[in-house]
Design a protein around this ligand. Structure first.
Ligand code: 4AD
Length: 427
């Protein structure tokens, strides 16, 4: 009977076969301990039968094999099971040594071998946490009245400023861009379905080489009609807590493999802290930052703002001058907009950007022109304010930033299967 390693617990004392790969091997001559993986988990196969020792001997790292054995529970470790091996079927043996070994490899070597590196224990765990976060986002939104709407990747519209656009020729239609965010299209969709989210790759020709920036990343945008600034922040914090709880429940093994201290994650509860941008600047200045009113936050500023907090911090109501055209002007101060960044703890940095959207036709039109984006391409977006316009808000969660925070991995390049950065677009 073929069984997945993750299901071994249901087969104690039975003889089963697992289909996978040999991750590692210890022993020699009279006994071999095979570390086996099949994608669902890892288990140890103990080989002592004389007629199997020769086959065990031939298995090298990343040999594919089907291993049959009797399942036993580890005498000391909780939820760990082993196989007393009774048969080995060799499926394939690599013709040369596997390039990734236990010794330290540099990041460039590992990234050049990303197609193989993905198999290592930590990378396996990261991808499983990523999948858990994606599923949690879908579940959270479906439980809260949002439906998934797919937004286009080719677009004539610049959502997040013209400086980070990837441009290409689109048949005879002229220049279009790769999407920076599905937001503008979601705004159209919610006037039909009320609440919507998207989840897809977005592109930023960002000339940053930080540990938090990718040129292609996955974003979840959410948008809701009749939701204003404060309620939008409540939706965001509830979603983040939901995601973290889900990972703590379902990714125990993965977080163990990653040696992630889960105590700080267990402390993530609502309400998150809220600080206006206007409060944040003097706070930062009095703590040694050289930031001035009207500057974006640097990584050290984000660190200062969150270092005394167990929960993420909303920095809201930023200066209009440094934010995109679509954000709603604060009725109490025309220099500010009703937006927020959400800064995660433990050095996570900005994980969400959101805002209430400008719903006044003339104000929005002027803001679009001010950003130098005027023209027919934005008329459809303005139409949304002409026909049944309502207050509405939304936000975007950077999936890889969230994965980086939950897994505690230092560099964002490991959070996505095949990272695209300023200096790398292969394999
Ligand atoms: O703050 P951003 O630029 O917001 C938007 O794009 C809005 N249109 C979203 C919306 O309101 N629907 O990006 C949202 C999030 C950031 O908070 C960050 O987590 C992530 O996307 N992000 C990046 N992640 C990786 N690499 C980059 N270059 C990123 N730029 C933004």
């Amino acid at each position: 009977m073929f069984v997945r390693i993750s299901d071994l617990r249901d087969h104690v004392d039975q003889e089963v076969t697992i289909q996978g790969w040999m991750y590692n091997k210890r022993g020699s001559g009279k006994i071999y301990f095979l570390q086996l993986r099949d994608g669902s988990g890892m288990t140890q196969g103990v080989v002592t039968e004389p007629e199997l020792l020769e086959k065990a001997e031939r298995l090298t790292i990343e040999s594919a094999c089907k291993v049959t054995g009797k399942v036993s529970k580890h005498p000391k470790q909780e939820d760990v099971f082993e196989l007393q091996v009774t048969d080995i079927e060799i499926v394939s043996i690599p013709p040369e040594d596997y390039p990734i070994s236990k010794k330290e490899h540099g990041p460039d070597f590992l990234l050049d071998n990303r197609h193989l590196w993905l198999r290592s224990g930590k990378q396996w765990a990261i991808q499983r946490v990523r999948d858990c976060i994606i599923t949690a986002v879908y579940d959270y939104f479906h439980e809260n009245g949002f439906i998934k709407i797919d937004t286009p990747i080719f677009t004539p519209n610049a959502c997040e400023g013209a400086t980070t656009l990837f441009e290409l020729e689109y048949f005879d239609e002229g220049k279009v861009f790769l999407s920076q965010s599905g937001q503008l299209y979601l705004e159209a969709a919610i006037m039909s379905v009320g609440r919507a989210f998207d989840f897809g790759p977005v592109f930023r020709a960002e000339k940053s080489k930080t540990r938090k920036h990718l040129a292609e990343f996955w974003m979840m945008d959410a948008e809701a009609a009749y939701v204003e600034h404060e309620e939008s922040m409540r939706i965001q914090e509830n979603m983040v807590v939901f995601i973290i709880q889900r990972c703590l429940e379902r990714c125990k093994k993965e977080l163990e493999v990653l040696e992630r201290d889960t105590e700080p994650l267990k402390k993530i509860k609502t309400p998150f802290k809220r600080m206006t941008y206007s409060e944040a600047i003097p706070f930062l200045q009095s703590n040694g930052s050289e930031i001035k009113f009207g500057d974006d936050l640097g990584a050290p500023d984000e660190e200062l703002l969150t270092q005394d907090s167990e929960v993420p911090v909303f920095i809201h109501k930023w200066p209009k001058s440094i934010k995109p055209f679509y954000m709603k002007v604060d009725p109490e101060n025309p220099e500010l907009v009703l937006n927020n960044d959400l800064i995660g703890v433990e050095g996570a940095g900005e994980i969400i950007g959101g805002s209430q959207r400008e719903d006044d036709y003339e104000t929005l039109k002027a803001a679009i022109e001010h950003e130098g984006l005027a023209g027919p391409e934005y008329q459809w977006y303005l139409d949304l304010r002409k026909f049944g316009g309502v207050p509405h808000s939304g936000f975007g969660l950077g999936l890889e930033r969230m994965v980086r925070w939950v897994t505690g991995i230092e560099h964002i390049r490991e959070t996505i299967p095949f990272p695209r950065m300023m200096t790398r677009c292969r394999p």
